[in-house]
Design a protein around this ligand. Sequence first.
Ligand SMILES: Cc1cc2nc3c(=O)[nH]c(=O)nc-3n(C[C@H](O)[C@H](O)[C@H](O)COP(=O)(O)O)c2cc1C
Length: 369
Amino acid sequence: METELSKQLGIEHAIFGFTPFPEVAAAITRAGGFGVLGAVRYTAPDDLARDLDRLHGLAGGKPYGLDVVMPAKKVEGVTEADVEAMIPAEHRGFVRELLARHGVPELAEGEASGWRITGWMEEVARGQLDVAFDYPIKLLANALGSPPADVIERAHDHGVLVAALAGSARHARRHAEAGIDVVVAQGYEAGGHTGEIGSMVLVPEVVEAVAPLPVLAAGGIGSGEQAAAGIALGAQGVWLGSLWLTTEEADLHSPALTAKLLAAGSGDTVRSRALTGKPARQLRTAWTDAWDDAAGPGTLPMPLQGLLVAEAVSRIQKYEVGELLGTPVGQIVGRMNSERSVRAVVDDLTRGFERAVTRMNRIAGRSAT
Ligand SMILES: Cc1cc2nc3c(=O)[nH]c(=O)nc-3n(C[C@H](O)[C@H](O)[C@H](O)COP(=O)(O)O)c2cc1C
C-alpha cells in the first residue's frame, strides 16, 4: 500500500493508526504502518514524555506521530475550577443517583480519578506540544478543528506534517485554508467524536474539496477490502482507531471491557454526548441510555460534561461495572472478534487490500473485453 504520502513519510503501508497506547503505536509503526499516539489523556507533561520515550524506544527508528485535541474555539484564561463551578447541582445529583442505582463503589480515599480529558484545554495541549517537539515526530494531528496558526508554523519549522480530522467537506476546506498538510476524512461510523456523514459519502467529497492535499479515509475500516475502498474513493491512505483496541498490545486495564468489545456487534454503538458533551460514537451502555433518556437532565456542553463525569467513568472502569462499562469505539467493533497482535492486524489489512486490488483488476480486465 504505497502512496505519495506513505513515500513522503517513509513508511511501507499507508495505514495510519490512532491509539492511546504507546506500545500499540510503536507496534503499528514497526509493522510498516504509521503509529499516532493520542495525547488527550496526558495532563502532566512528564507522563507524556515517559510514554513518548517508550514509543520512541520501541519504534525501532521508524516514524510515528502525535494527536492532540485543540478545540477550534479558544478557551483562554479559564481554569478547570472555573469550569467545575459551572456544573449545575442537578447534573451532579443525576450522576450520584445513577452510580448508586448500579452499586458503583467509591474510589479509595485520596485516589485520583484516572480518567480525565482536560487535554482539550489549550494550555494543556500546548504543554503537550512543548514535550512533543523534543521528539522526532513526523506528523501532528488535531482532533477538534484546525490547530492555531502558530502551532502549524511551529510544526512546519520542525519538519512535521500537520493533519486534522474533518467530518464534512466544509471542515476540510477550513483546514486547507488554515495551511494544514493532510486531512483525515472521518465518517459517521467512526469511534470517538464524529459527524453525521458516512465515510462512503464523505471521503470523495473531502478529496474533491481539498485537492491536491492528501486525504486519509477514516471511519469503519477494519479490513483490507475496506481500506481498498477508501483508496478507491481517492484517499492516500487509511486512518484507523477502533481496530487496535482489541490488539494484544492494547492495555485497556479491564478484561471485562475487552470481552464486551469482542462480543459487540456493529449495531451495539451509539453516537452520544454522554462522555464529553459532543457527539462521540461509543459502546451503547446503561450509562449512554441514561444520558440520552429524555426523562433525564440531558448532557452538558463540552467541556462541562467531561469534567462532570470524569470521576464516575474512573469508578465504572476501576470496578468494571458491566452494564455501565463502555469506551469510544466505532461500528467496526462488529469485526473485532478476537485478540490479535498488531502485526497480525496489519498483515491481515495488507493481504485483504491485495485481494481487493486483484479482484478489481480482474473485473476491470473482464469488463474491458
Ligand atoms: C477509543 C478512541 C479514542 C479516540 N480518541 C481520539 C482522540 O483523542 N483524538 C482524535 O483525533 N481521534 C480520536 N479518535 C478517533 C480516531 O482518531 C479515528 O479517527 C477513528 O477511530 C476512525 O474510525 P474507526 O474507529 O472506525 O477506526 C478516537 C477513537 C477511538 C476508538
